[in-house]
Design a binder for this molecule. Structure first.
Ligand SMILES: [Fe+2]
Length: 360
């Protein structure tokens, strides 16, 4: 995920200064308009506290019905999903979104916020994780309808065909972070968490005096001068590890396997489930790797834990595998190395892969 701003339903806006029309949070809503919106919401939105999903549904439904407050602000962009923050308080934030055919959000949650969206024009389709299970439920949300959800809701919202769609979204507490998920045969697996960029950071949960504000200020003040100088950075550690390895590109690794080398996959199950596996690779969790491969370890795998075995460590992209291979060399596996580019380079080279095998 790039470092751009994130919309309430997941689009990545461009960096400030490069933003297209409407992609900059706050653009296009005049103080007068903000005041008019605040008056509409005045009776429904407390200055502080958490709004229940039912209350959020009333917020989005009421605003969706007030076309005079937002219709002239909408920008239709076939390439990038468009959004605009309409309103913020300490208790909730409200966004205007536009949807073109083919646009959707990908699977995500709302960082613990409850939420609602109302469709003002067109039609949206929502897939969501049914409570308490892996099952995925689906519903269409037509113009004039609104749905609401609690803090555990995980969904993927998209345009449902037909003409352009417009929707109003509200979240309480205001959105601060969202986690994206990959749909796998094991269900939805968390992939990454991204901070929601936008002015709500100054007025919502991250406002002055909060722990989040203190943590942000602390992180911002960290400079190289403030860091310990008696150890390498991760970049230096990686460079040092690589200087001692003859790393193998996928084709060379594939050839080495036919000569008796062992490909050791250290990726966690979640990653293998999402990405796939290499047939014949030996799966050893990173947390037990050294104990399985040290020739002196009681927990070793005898066929592999030999100083003359060529171990080729594989991770997803070829970073963690370098450090692991360097450690294996230190404990005596002098032929250990790693797969340059990891599983992703292997797959890109067209070498054999398969879906993850069921554990049992
Ligand atoms: Fe969402």
């Amino acid at each position: 995920m790039s470092a751009g701003a994130i919309t309430p339903s997941g689009a990545v806006a461009q960096q400030r200064g490069q933003a297209g029309p409407g992609l900059q949070p706050g653009w296009g809503v005049s103080p007068e308009r903000q005041q008019a919106i605040a008056e509409v919401l005045g009776g429904q939105v407390p200055q502080a506290g958490r709004l229940a999903p039912g209350r959020l549904r009333a917020v989005t439904a009421d605003l969706a019905a007030r076309r005079d407050l937002w219709a002239d602000l909408v920008v239709r962009d076939p390439d990038v999903r468009w959004y605009l923050p309409l309103y913020r308080s300490s208790s909730c934030d409200v966004w205007l979104l536009a949807w073109e055919r083919g646009q959707d959000t990908d699977w995500h949650d709302h960082g613990g916020s409850s939420g609602s969206f109302a469709v003002a024009e067109g039609c949206l389709a929502e897939q969501y994780r049914a409570p308490g299970g892996r099952r995925v439920a689906r519903r269409r949300v037509l113009g004039g309808e609104a749905v609401a959800f609690g803090p555990a809701h995980v969904h993927d919202v998209g345009h449902d065909g037909g003409g352009p769609a417009t929707s109003i979204h509200a979240y309480s507490p205001p959105l601060m972070a969202m986690t994206y998920y990959t749909a796998t045969r094991y269900g939805l697996i968390a992939r990454e968490t991204v901070a929601v960029d936008g002015p709500e950071g100054a007025r919502g949960r991250g406002g002055p005096g909060t722990a989040l504000a203190a943590a942000s200020a602390s992180a911002a003040s960290l400079t190289p001068d403030a860091l310990p100088d008696d150890g390498p950075s991760i970049d230096e550690l990686l460079a040092e590890a690589r200087s001692g390895l003859a790393r193998l590109r996928p084709e060379a690794a594939f050839a080495a396997l036919t000569d008796g080398a062992a490909l050791v996959d250290i990726r966690p199950l979640e990653q293998r489930a999402a990405e796939g596996e290499v047939p014949g690779a030996i799966i050893i969790g990173r947390n037990v790797l050294e104990w399985r491969l040290d020739p002196r370890s009681e927990a070793r795998i005898p066929a592999l834990a030999r100083s003359d075995t060529q171990i080729i460590v594989m991770c997803s992209e070829g970073y963690a595998s370098t450090l692991a291979a360097a450690t294996l060399r230190r404990i005596g596996l002098r032929e250990a190395t790693d797969l340059d580019g990891g599983f992703q380079a292997w797959r890109a080279a067209g070498l054999p892969t398969r879906p993850v095998q069921s554990p049992g």
